[in-house]
Design a binder for this molecule. Structure first.
Ligand code: AMP
Length: 569
C-alpha cells in the first residue's frame, strides 16, 4: 500500500487511505504529529521526532530541527561528530514515518506520495525525492501541499462547483493556491508563496521581544531554552489576549497587541503573495466560495483577521489544519493505487514559477548578457511542454551554453540558477538554412521536474537534459553511505520510541528544575535506566510508571500534555 506523507517544517505526518477514507497514523506515543527533528542521544544513537525535539531543548547542538528550510541548498550541520545535510535529516524523519506506517499496517511500505510547498523550487523538490530514496521510499508523486489540502477538501465536496483559496502558513513556508472544484475535478488555477516565511518567524519575533524585555544579553543556549516557552506563549496568544512568559523565574507579560505589533511586517508580507495569486488565477476575491486555512500558523489571530479582511469573508475551519495536507497526500496515494473510491477524482496542477533561459540582448551593437527569457510562464497547467527558437549572436559562433533559471525577475542574477549545458555545432555555413538557430524545449512534469531539450536546426542534432545540478546534490556513493548511516540500530528496550521519548523528556525536565523535584526526578531516571539495562519487562514497566509520575509532578504549566503517552514497551 502507498502512503501519503506531509514532510513539514515543524511536524510531519503519514496517512493512508482506508475503508472510511483518508486517515493519519499515530506513532507509539499516540501522536499523529512527529516533530521534524533529529538528534544524537547521550548514548550516541540517532533519535527522531519527539525524543529529538526534547533532546534539543537540553542540548541545542546535539541535533537539528527546521532543516526543511535548507532543502536543496548547500547548507550543512555539525552534530554527533559528523556533518549532516538537510536531505539526510529529512531522510531520517521519512524513515521514521515509514517505520510508523509499517508498524500500523503490518506490511512493508516502499512507495509514497510526499508533499512539498507549492513554492518549492526544483532543487528543493529533487532534494525531497533524494531524502525519500535514502529512507527506502520511492516517491510516486511530489504533490504541492495546498493541492493536497484541496484534494482532501474536494473529496468531501466532490459534486459542488466551488472556487477555493487555500491559505497555507506552516512552520517555515507560506503558500497560496487558488483552485476550482467541479464534479470530482480539482483544477489548480494558480499557486504562489514565500518559502522563507512561516510560524517560526513569528516565534523568533516574539522571542526577540521577550529577550528585549528580559533586559540582558542572551547566548544561543539561552535562546534555545526559552524558545520552547515562547512557542507555547505564542500558541496561547491565539486564544487569549495576554500571557506571561517565565524566564529564569521572572515573569514577562506579553499582550496580543504587543505580539501583533512585532509581527506586523511578517503579516504584511502575506498580502502581495495573495494578491498576485488571485490575479494570476483571474479570480476576484469576491468570487471565492471558500477560503481554507491550512498549516498550524494559520491559527494565529492576526493571520485569521488579515485573511478575513483581505478577502472579505471568514475562512472555513472545518478541516484540521495540521492534518489536511497529509490526508490529501493519502488521497493522491489512493489514486496511484487505483482505489475505487477515488477513481472519479481528476486533478490538474500548475507550475508555480516561470522557467526560462539566459539570453544576451544587443542594444545598438552593444551586447548585454544576463537577461532572463521565460519559456514556461508561472501558473501554466502541468504537464506542459513548450518550445522557443533562439539564435547565436556572432556569425562564427559554434557553441552556446544553455543556462536554465527559475524565477520572475528580468535579470537572471536575481533568479534561481537550475543548471546549464553546452550545445555545439551551430557555426553558420554558407547557404545552409537555419544556420546558428536552435530550438529549446522545456517540459515540466507533474512532479515539478524539468527536462530541457535543445535541437540544432540545420543538423537536427538533439541534446536533452533533466535539470538537476544543484548545490548539495548527493552522488550515488553518498546516497549509499547515507543509507548505511541511517540503518536501524539494534533495538534494545532503550531504543523503543516511548522509552526514548521518556528519557529525553526526563532530561529536559531535569535541566529546568532545581532542588528536591530535580533530585526525585534524577532518582526515578536512574531507576528507569537500571531497569532498561536489566531488560526485565516488569521491572521496566514499574520504573517507567515511576518516572512518568516524577515527570508529571515536576511539570510546570507549559500547556503541553504531561509525559509521553503509551505504556512501557
Ligand atoms: P506546520 O508546519 O503546519 O506543522 O506548522 C507549524 C507551525 O504552526 C509552527 O510554527 C507552530 O508554532 C504554529 N502553530 C501551531 N499551532 C498554533 C496555534 N494554536 N497558534 C499559533 N501558532 C500555531
Amino acid at each position: 500500500m502507498r502512503v501519503g506523507i506531509d514532510l513539514g517544517t515543524t511536524n510531519s505526518l503519514v496517512a493512508i487511505f482506508g475503508d472510511d477514507g483518508p486517515r493519519t497514523l499515530e506513532n507509539e506515543l499516540g501522536d499523529h504529529l512527529t516533530p521534524s527533528a533529529v538528534a544524537i542521544a547521550t548514548d550516541g544513537s540517532l533519535v527522531v521526532g519527539r525524543a529529538a525535539k526534547d533532546r534539543l531543548v537540553v542540548a541545542p547542538d546535539a541535533g537539528r530541527a527546521f532543516f526543511k528550510r535548507d532543502m536543496g541548498t548547500s547548507a550543512t550541520y555539525e552534530f554527533g561528530g559528523r556533518t549532516w545535510t538537510p536531505t539526510e535529516c529529512s531522510a531520517a524523519v521519512l524513515r521514521e514515518l515509514k517505520r510508523v506506517a509499517e508498524l500500523r499496517l503490518g506490511e512493508p511500505v516502499t512507495r509514497a506520495v510526499v508533499t512539498v510547498p507549492a513554492y518549492f523550487h526544483d532543487p528543493q523538490r529533487q532534494a525531497t525525492i533524494e531524502a525519500a530514496r535514502i529512507a527506502g521510499l520511492e516517491v510516486d508523486r511530489i504533490l504541492n501541499e495546498p493541492t493536497a489540502a484541496a484534494l482532501a477538501f474536494g473529496l468531501r465536496h466532490a459534486d459542488e462547483e466551488r472556487r477555493l483559496l487555500v491559505f497555507d502558513l506552516g512552520g517555515g513556508t507560506f503558500d497560496v493556491t487558488v483552485l476550482e472544484t467541479f464534479e470530482g475535478l480539482v483544477e489548480v488555477r494558480a499557486s504562489g508563496g514565500d518559502s522563507r516565511l512561516g510560524g517560526e518567524d513569528y516565534t523568533d519575533a516574539l522571542l526577540d521581544l521577550v529577550a528585549r524585555r528580559a533586559g540582558h544579553a542572551w547566548t544561543d543556549g539561552d535562546r534555545a531554552r526559552v524558545r520552547q516557552r515562547v512557542e507555547v506563549a505564542k500558541r496561547a496568544l491565539t486564544a487569549s489576549d495576554r500571557v506571561d512568559v517565565d524566564v529564569g523565574g521572572v515573569s514577562i507579560p506579553v499582550t496580543r497587541a504587543d505580539f501583533d505589533a512585532v509581527t506586523v511586517e511578517l503579516t504584511g508580507r502575506l498580502r502581495p503573495v495573495m494578491r498576485r495569486c488571485l490575479r494570476d488565477a483571474g479570480i476576484a476575491a469576491g468570487d471565492l466560495d471558500d477560503v481554507l486555512l491550512v498549516g498550524g500558523a494559520s491559527r494565529m489571530a492576526a493571520v485569521v483577521a488579515f485573511v478575513s479582511e483581505e478577502l472579505g469573508r471568514l475562512p472555513n475551519r472545518s478541516l484540521d489544519p495540521d492534518r489536511v495536507v497529509a490526508l490529501g497526500a493519502a488521497v493522491q496515494a489512493a489514486r496511484a493505487d487505483r482505489h475505487a473510491a477515488v477513481a472519479d477524482v481528476v486533478m490538474t496542477d500548475v507550475c508555480p514559477h516561470s522557467l526560462g533561459v539566459a539570453v544576451a540582448r544587443s542594444y545598438g551593437g552593444r551586447v548585454e548578457p544576463g537577461a532572463f527569457c521565460p519559456i514556461l510562464d508561472r501558473n501554466v497547467t502541468v504537464p506542459v511542454s513548450r518550445v522557443e527558437r533562439f539564435h547565436t549572436i556572432a556569425p562564427q559562433q559554434d557553441t552556446i551554453t544553455i543556462e536554465v533559471f527559475q524565477g520572475e525577475h528580468r535579470l537572471t542574477a536575481d533568479n534561481t540558477f537550475l543548471g546549464a549545458f553546452e550545445v555545439k555545432g551551430l557555426r553558420q555555413l554558407p547557404g545552409q538554412p537555419h544556420a546558428g538557430e536552435v530550438d529549446i524545449r522545456f517540459s515540466y512534469d507533474t512532479n515539478g521536474i524539468l527536462e530541457v531539450e535543445a535541437t540544432v536546426l540545420h543538423s537536427g542534432r538533439r541534446v536533452a537534459q533533466v535539470i538537476q545540478s544543484r548545490p548539495g546534490a548527493l552522488t550515488e556513493a553518498q546516497v549509499k553511505d547515507a543509507v548505511a548511516r541511517l540503518q536501524p540500530l539494534k533495538v534494545s528496550p532503550r531504543d523503543l520510541l516511548p522509552n526514548r521519548a521518556r528519557i529525553e523528556r526526563a532530561h529536559r525536565r531535569f535541566a529546568e528544575l532545581t532542588g528536591i523535584p530535580r533530585r526525585l526526578l534524577a532518582e526515578a531516571l536512574d531507576a528507569f535506566e537500571d531497569a532498561l539495562a536489566s531488560g526485565d519487562r516488569d521491572g521496566i514497566g514499574m520504573a517507567a510508571a515511576r518516572l512518568d509520575a516524577a515527570i508529571a509532578r515536576a511539570y510546570d504549566d507549559e500547556g503541553e500534555a504531561p509525559g509521553p503517552a503509551g505504556g512501557a514497551s
